[in-house]
Ligand binder design. Sequence first.
Ligand code: SF4
Length: 428
Amino acid sequence: MKFKMITLGCKVNTYESNVMREQLLNIGYQEVSRKETADIIIINTCTVTNVADQKSMKSIRHALKEPHKIVIVTGCMSQYHSNNLVEIGVSIVLGNVGKGNLISYIEEFFKNQRPIVDIKSLEKQPFEDMNLQHFNQTRAFVKIQDGCENFCTYCIIPYTRGPVRSKEHSQVVSEVCSLVQDGHKEIVLTGIHTGHYGSEYQNVTLATLLRDLVCIKGLERIRISSIEMNEITEELLDLLKKYPILVDHMHIPLQSGSDTILKAMHRKYNKKEFMDKLNQIRSIRPLMSVTTDVIVGFPGETEELFQETLETVKQMKFSKIHVFPFSKRDGTLAAEMQEVVDERTKKERVHRLLGVSKQLEIAYMEQFVGKELEFLPEIIKDEMLIGHTGNYLSVKCPGTQDDLNQIQKVVLEKVEYPYMIGGIYAKV
Ligand code: SF4
């Protein structure tokens, strides 16, 4: 039986797709590429924005036109709205619960030849048991947490991912150990709200988990996929001081550089608090790369408030900004807000902020010209290795297949945006 996996959205979805992939490979199914014909087509959807929702539907319709036995839809879009998927020909519809048990749904479908729709309520859901032995990329993602209860006014995720729940501490440690034994040098801890890891248990936090992970033999890098500013605790800062295995990169969503908009978003900090935390981090790790997310065109965002955001991100010296035009999601508080910003203005602000992001990114990269850093080659193309440094610089340098997945010392010679061009001079 041949299958192919189409994954949209975030690192959590990528992790869960790997879990579904591993189940099928373990029972002898063969994975084929997107261009090839498959018996089973799985689409792991996203609905964080209207665009993501449309892309998910487009992938589903495309799959239904291809020769297949089963089309399976899972993820946030089907958890949020799955209404007509069976009518248009989808065989199995799951939400965000059940991906760890995909085989049983497939077997049930083949036995009864009847469509299956199993969208579970997320209330009182325990953390779904999932463990990976292998990961289909050099840097392996490990999902440690699910759900969010912050209810930022623009965000649909709490409705599609449910309440906060965490993977049991020892399970995370053993999963990371297996992935290291499988050859992975870098682990990316991911979740919907990583900073809330363990919040449902006594004395369990992201910091207590990290304290065990930093001791794992053979593990060379730990990266946290994203963390909220107000969850970077003194404990975490203390670990940053002690353990270089925690990379020089943090992704901390700002969302807006205006206190007026942050308030309307129900974000749990203001500009000054965010800036103070950045200064604390940089006093410990001066070269820390801090990347962020910013939404432009939130209801009520005047030109003046947008200017404030431009000034704020320049002061905060991010090394990259992921820019999102506000996307109205039905069911969220922001969907009911007046003073809507028109699409043309939103587009124009996205363009201006991306321009500022590129300037900040190049300024951050230029600091490292002539410097020696460690980098992890992930792929090789035209005899050039491509990979990332700990502080998430994308590096290109000459090399061979043997250099892949080995941490190397590299001298960074110049910026050729979006890459730093370098030359390997020693294996680590
Ligand atoms: S913290 Fe806010 S933006 Fe992030 S997932 Fe939760 S509700 Fe959404």
